[in-house]
Every structure is written in C-alpha cells, then in structure tokens.
Ligand binder design. Structure first.
Ligand code: X90
Length: 277
C-alpha cells in the first residue's frame, strides 16, 4: 500500500516525518519580487520587502500542474488545501485530480478542503498519517476524515487585517483600527471557511483569554492543539501556558508561520487548530 500526503503551504509545514509528504507552495508577490513559500524562503526579507513597498502586493495559489507534479506516481494521494472560501487552491487541486485520474485510472486523489488554514491543516496531516500507520486503507481513511474534519476548529488572533482587506478577503471596514495600539481581532474560521471575527480588543493578554474561551465554547477538552505564530513566540508560549492552566495539559506543538500565513496573519498574530469533543 502506498499513500502520500500533499498539502499546500498554508499548512506551514515544509516537512513532516511519517508518510511521504510534499508541501506545494503558494506565492507572495511584492512588486517585482516573488517569494515562493517553500523550504528556505526568507520570511523576514519578505516582510521587509512588503514594509518598503508602496504598491499592491498579492498572492497566488498553486496551479493544477503544480499539484499534479506533487501527486507524483503514488497510488493514493491525500491532498489538503487552504479554505476554498478564501483561495483558489482547492479548485486548482480539483482540476489537477480530474486530469491526473484521467491519465492514470488506477490512481486516486482524495481532496480535503480544510475550510481553514495553518494548524487545522496540520491536524489533518497528522491524522491521515496516524490512520495509515494503523493499517487503514485509503478509502477507510477518507471515510474517517470526513467525520474528523467536522470536529476540529481554528481560532485566530490577528494583529492586522491589512493584507486580507487589500486582497478582498475580508471587509475593509472590519480591518479598520486593527493593529493600531496593539488592537487584536479574535475569531474562528466559519463553517464556510471564512473569517468569523468575534472580539476586538487590546493586547495579547485579552486576546488569549478570548482564544481560550472560544476553545471551551467549541468543546475543546484535552485533544490535540497546534499553535502557529508569526514572530510572536512569547504570545504562543502564553497561549500554551493558558491551555495548560485551563485544560490541564498541552497536547501539541508551537511553530512559526511560513510565507503565506505570515503574509495574511501579519506580525504578532496567533493561530490555534484544535480538536473538539
Ligand atoms: O492567493 C491565494 O489563493 C491565497 C489566499 C489566502 C487567503 C487567506 C489566508 C489566511 C491566512 C489568516 C487568518 C486565519 C483565518 C482563516 C479563516 C478560514 C491566515
């Protein structure tokens, strides 16, 4: 049996130990510079380029051909994309699947639209890996994942919505004031895979209190919880400490966002993907 996991780079994973894993990069375009969200991308240089650039910056999702290349020659591929509610990545992957399965009728691509991003995608990568290690076949894993994906959530604390608003991914009215004086916006990924803001307030301390309350409200108990931060390790450590204080332990890890999530979840933002009960 051979199973491969392919995700786009919104998962912030350049590598993953376990199953054969490939990350397919999104691109960040800053004037005449293009940052490819792959291993070795210089996120600090990207942020510096954004800071000093006056024009419009943008991002681009993988093309169907990018996806097909990543699928490779493995019989069964699980493909996890950033939310179709905010990106064309899922549609592109669907086109790729169609072309790939037409060319190789004995291969199969299972696409999971995360309706989310970052650490919630990591939960899916981990779970597929775990189920495959237990000996489940691809169809069984796919059935399991259809239920599993309904029982995970993403909560965010964003330090700015500028790039989301400028690229038409959130209402510009919502973006106003966020970032000034340490104003954070806390919310969750909605069922449709868009931003559902719930609280606006000042500073990480309040934001983290709201994140913990949101986790509780959505049935988090002691399951897996993965934290991604953009240049805010102190905030991530504080969130972890509050998870331990509130729920008894922290079953997960902390990592830094790579280029795509760093572009949209701007400096000092926090994301947590977690399992609900
Ligand atoms: O160019 C593209 O196709 C990529 C577009 C991606 C847009 C959204 C990225 C979001 C990154 C920000 C906050 C988390 C909220 C997620 C709600 C689903 C992270």
């Amino acid at each position: 049996m051979s199973i491969k996991i392919v995700s786009d780079s919104a998962a912030n994973l350049t590598e993953f130990s376990g199953l054969d894993f490939v990350s397919v990069p999104l691109h960040i375009i800053v004037g005449d510079k293009e940052f490819v969200d792959e291993s070795g991308v210089d996120v600090k240089a990207m942020q510096a380029a954004i800071d000093s650039f006056k024009g419009k910056t943008s991002t681009a999702c993988p093309s169907p051909q990018d996806w097909i290349t990543a699928f490779g020659d493995t019989e069964d591929v699980f493909c996890i994309t950033i939310t179709s509610g905010l990106s064309g990545s899922y549609n592109s992957a669907c086109t790729a699947k169609q072309m790939h399965e037409q060319e190789y009728p004995d291969r199969h691509v299972y696409i999971i639209d995360s309706l989310s991003t970052g650490p919630e995608m990591v939960l899916y990568v981990e779970k597929i890996n775990e189920l495959a290690a237990k000996g489940m076949n691809a169809a069984e894993i796919n059935d399991y994942m259809m239920k599993y994906t309904k029982n995970t959530r993403l909560c965010f604390s964003l330090a700015s919505l500028n790039n989301l608003a400028r690229n038409g991914r959130v209402n510009p009215i919502l973006a106003k004031g966020v970032g000034l004086l340490g104003i954070r916006i806390v919310g969750i990924a909605s069922e449709e895979g868009t931003l559902h803001p719930q609280h606006k307030g000042r500073g990480d301390k309040k934001a983290i209190e709201h994140m913990i309350a949101t986790m509780k409200e959505h049935g988090y108990k002691k399951g897996r919880a993965i934290i991604a931060h953009n240049d805010n390790l102190a905030g991530a450590e504080e969130l972890k400490a509050q998870i331990v204080a509130e729920f008894g332990k922290f079953n997960g890890f902390i990592h830094q966002t790579t280029a795509l999530c760093s572009y949209y979840a701007e400096r000092e933002s926090l994301l947590v993907g977690f399992e609900c009960e």
